[in-house]
Each structure stands twice: as structure tokens, then as C-alpha cells.
Design a protein. Structure first.
Length: 128
């Protein structure tokens, strides 16, 4: 299903949800912690790619640069799996918050459009 909607994914993802405290603060804590763990697993594979997959290049005239075309097929597959795991936890987080990925995505795009209009896409601060 390459053109799957957020709703279709979310419905499928949450139908597989088995974790403690669903619908309570414990459920939210659980998916927050596990989602952070999945982000760490993704970062681990990126670090291994830096070390093992010949993606860092340099010569005498410039700073090192990265070329992700050299990622191995196995590494790409592992990274895709970790992104999928992160997506599952995002769906679970949305459910725990009583909302949907579609609503969150729309809110995020509206926030970014407002920041762009006001010229504050760069910088820092959650409420800029």
C-alpha cells in the first residue's frame, strides 16, 4: 500500500498495540520511552554507517563530506525498519494523547507555515 494515509497506518498500527497502561499516564510514559529507544537504534545504525559503509569522504582542499549513496542495501533496510518502528510509536503516542497522526501533521504544517510567514523558521524556541 504505497499511498497509505496516516489514518490507514494508524488504524493498522494501533490494532497491534500491546503495552502496559494503555489509555493512562503509564501508557504515555511507555510509548515515550520506547519511542526514544527506537530513535537511539536508528542513530546507532547511522553511526555504524559512518564507521563501516564508506560514506565519509575528504581530500586536502575541503572539509569531509558525506555520500549516502554508499550505504549498503542491508544498512538501508535496517534504517527503514527503525523508521517504521519510530512511526509505530508515533501512532501510539498520538492515540495516547487522544488525537491522530493526521491532526498532528496538519497542526505541524500550520505552525511551520506561520513561522515561514513571520520569517522565524530559523532560530530556537518552541513558541517563536
Amino acid at each position: 500500500m504505497p499511498d497509505m494515509t496516516f489514518k490507514e497506518y494508524e488504524d493498522g498500527a494501533v490494532s497491534t498495540a500491546i503495552y502496559p497502561g494503555q489509555g493512562t499516564p503509564i501508557g504515555l510514559m511507555y510509548v515515550a520511552l520506547k519511542g526514544a529507544g527506537e530513535a537511539g537504534e536508528f542513530a546507532e545504525h547511522v553511526g555504524k554507517a559512518l564507521r563501516d559503509d564508506d560514506i565519509v569522504h575528504s581530500d586536502n582542499s575541503r572539509q569531509p563530506w558525506f555520500q549516502f549513496d554508499n550505504l549498503t542495501d542491508d544498512r538501508r533496510a535496517l534504517l527503514r525498519k527503525e523508521v517504521g518502528d519510530q512511526l509505530w510509536y508515533l501512532a501510539a503516542k498520538a492515540r495516547e494523547l487522544g488525537t491522530s497522526l493526521s491532526d498532528i501533521a496538519a497542526e505541524n504544517l500550520a505552525k511551520l507555515a506561520d513561522r515561514k510567514k513571520r520569517g522565524v523558521l530559523g532560530g530556537s524556541g518552541d513558541t517563536r
